[in-house]
Ligand binder design. Structure first.
Ligand code: NDP
Ligand code: 8X3
Length: 252
């Protein structure tokens, strides 16, 4: 009999999600890795299948039908999801509200909030049925405070925190753990996406040591490896150089 836990990680093709997949694989957790870039999924799968069993799912979290189709298509060995890491997301743009781009707003609300809800809706019923499971939503320090030009991204991450708290309350009768892990600046492809590949993105992590994806993966693994009676409900983590969204000590 195979007793290994199964984790589904969204946004596993890059950054925090990919580092988490690596960390979980080291500990023998079976993985369902998700993202839109199939070649990246294949690369991660190839790297990790020496350590654990890995299944890939390619879908856009914005596409409700694709989310359900993908998760319902899981083979028998991966059907029981014990751990859900809702990580897929990004910032799109950094503009004052009166100059914001509506397509950017749609992307952030559709991916960071609605996408997280769709994936959760597809996974939660089997957790309530089994009365067990662990859901970790990747929020942000931007879900705890609003910074200049952060407006809609901050709103999306405040929503992630509200949804997390709502899940924790509603899933309490089922013994399901729900948590939010909220990092500050993490050096990933995040700024490339936010600034659409502009050179501005190159400077975001310069002059200080930002959190690395592995730092966040370490905390996620710590959270999921606690004893059954312990739920790490909410974590705010910064690099040492960062005190708040707007205060970062940089070498000039
Ligand atoms: P990356 O850009 O490196 O990774 C984002 C991941 O999300 C990719 O794997 C991407 O996969 C996936 N993704 C994005 N859009 C979609 C979509 N529409 N459908 C499916 N998957 C999608 O960024 P990070 O690792 O930094 O970001 C991960 C999470 O961490 C996000 O929720 C972000 O808001 C949060 N966060 C990041 C911080 C930072 O400073 N970097 C700080 C705090 C929180 P693909 O493109 O293949 O679909
Ligand atoms: C990512 C961190 O400060 O760019 O969520 O919003 S920040």
């Amino acid at each position: 009999m195979n007793n290994k836990k199964v984790a589904l990680i969204t946004g596993a093709t890059s950054g925090i999600g990919r580092a988490t997949a690596h960390e979980f694989a080291k500990h023998g957790i079976k993985l369902i890795i998700c993202g839109r870039r199939q070649e990246r999924l294949d690369t991660v799968q190839e790297a990790l299948q020496k350590l654990t069993e890995v299944h890939t799912l390619n879908f856009d979290v914005r596409d409700k039908d694709a989310v359900f189709k993908a998760i319902n298509s899981l083979p028998k060995d991966f059907k029981q999801i014990d751990i859900l890491i809702n990580n897929a997301g990004n910032a799109h743009g950094l503009d004052p509200i009166h100059e914001g781009n509506i397509d950017d707003w749609d992307a952030m609300m559709d991916i960071n909030v609605k996408g997280l809800l769709y994936v959760s809706k597809a996974v939660i019923p089997q957790m309530t049925e089994r009365t067990s499971g662990h859901i970790i939503n990747i929020g942000s320090s931007a879900g705890k405070e609003v910074y200049p030009k952060g407006n809609v991204y901050c709103a999306s991450k405040h929503a992630v925190l509200a949804v997390t708290e709502g899940m924790r309350i509603d899933l309490n009768p089922f013994g399901i753990k729900v948590a939010a892990i909220n990092p500050g600046l993490v050096e990933t492809e995040f700024s490339q996406v936010r600034f659409k590949g502009e050179t501005l993105a190159d400077n975001v992590y310069k002059g200080y040591k930002a959190l690395q994806p592995q730092d966040v993966a370490d905390v996620i693994y710590f959270a999921i490896s606690r004893p059954a009676h312990v739920n790490i409900a909410d974590v705010l983590m910064f690099c040492t150089a960062q005190a708040s969204s707007t205060i970062v000590k940089k070498q000039i």
